[in-house]
Design a protein around this ligand. Structure first.
Ligand SMILES: [Zn+2]
Length: 308
């Protein structure tokens, strides 16, 4: 008991020292933890060098099936602000929230005020986490709302630098506006209006935003299921009826499914990046969300037959 008290006093002492000892405008010891790559990237665009931003999902891992490590929990508990997509993606987050509350960590669910897509499924009446499409960041308009949500909470933990964060967020949102215009241009000048995807159902928000179709062989919104026969048949039918001979694939999750369909139908393969995770190579070379989304435009132009 005495040791525990001593530790508490020590921790308080160190915290006081850190607060009073750090009088510069940069609070680099203030840490923000984010779960997935787009949230990490949006946050660091706003904070620049002022605060330390960490990403929980290691490069090369995909978010749906990621198992939280004890070290991750420590990292999150030690931070001032924890930013996640929503309980339908980081399914472990709900359990963590009570203890984060005790730790005085500000918790931000960036999808809280967004209109989310639900799977239309007559089989059950209840809405489950896995019935919600978590891939909100693929839509440049929703991305701007996510940036606003993040900004508002960064200001709460570091109000002294509010103007700096507001300016950075505003600059970054200008870039997202340009990205939206580039996608508008793309989708109004393509011949084929269906994104045929061999990966899991990632681009639902993007497809709806720009009025195109999106098909995937997977049921639901997570890649931890198997492709269904019904969806596979539908996908092959789309290839046959539209005459579109391009199947897009995702690198990290089962590219074999796309490869098999391509072989069966004689279609060609092009990569499409859901931007929800990042490969090690891309992470090391400093690739951003915007880079990935512009790479997608180039591949969509090729695969959907873009004409000026
Ligand atoms: Zn996904």
């Amino acid at each position: 008991m005495k040791i525990k008290n001593l530790i508490i006093i020590l921790v308080m002492f160190i915290s006081l020292f850190l607060v009073t000892g750090c009088s510069t405008r940069s609070n680099y010891n203030v840490t923000i933890t984010t779960t997935i790559f787009p949230l990490y990237d949006f946050t660091r665009q706003i904070t620049q060098d002022k605060l330390s931003v960490k990403m929980i999902l290691p490069p090369g891992n995909e978010p749906h099936t990621y198992q939280l490590k004890p070290q991750d929990i420590l990292t999150i508990r030690k931070s001032k602000l924890f930013i996640y997509t929503g309980p339908f993606l980081e399914v472990w987050a709900d359990k963590l929230i009570d203890v984060l509350d005790e730790d005085k960590v500000l918790v931000v669910n960036v999808s809280d005020n967004l209109e989310l897509h639900h799977e239309d499924d007559d089989d059950h009446d209840h809405k489950h986490h896995h019935d919600v499409d978590p891939h909100i960041w693929v839509d440049p308009i929703l991305a701007q709302k996510i940036v606003d949500n993040i900004l508002e909470n960064i200001i709460k933990i570091d109000p002294d630098n509010a103007d700096f964060y507001r300016q950075n967020a505003s600059n970054y949102k200008q870039e997202l506006v340009k990205l939206d215009l580039a996608y508008q241009d793309l989708f109004t000048k393509i011949e084929h209006k269906t994104i045929i995807f061999g990966g899991h159902f990632v681009f639902g928000y993007l497809a709806e935003r720009y009025g195109v179709e999106h098909v995937s062989p997977y049921k639901g919104f997570s890649p931890d299921t198997l492709p269904t026969t019904k969806n596979l048949q539908n996908l092959v039918k789309v290839i046959e009826t539209t005459g579109n001979r391009t199947i897009f694939y995702e690198e990290l999750i089962n590219p074999e499914v796309a490869e098999i369909i391509a072989k069966e139908t004689g279609a060609k393969l092009l990569p499409l990046n859901g931007a929800g995770y990042i490969t090690k190579a891309d992470y090391e070379s400093g690739v951003t969300y915007l880079d990935l989304m512009y790479q997608n435009i180039e591949n969509l132009k090729k695969g959907l037959n873009y004409h000026e």
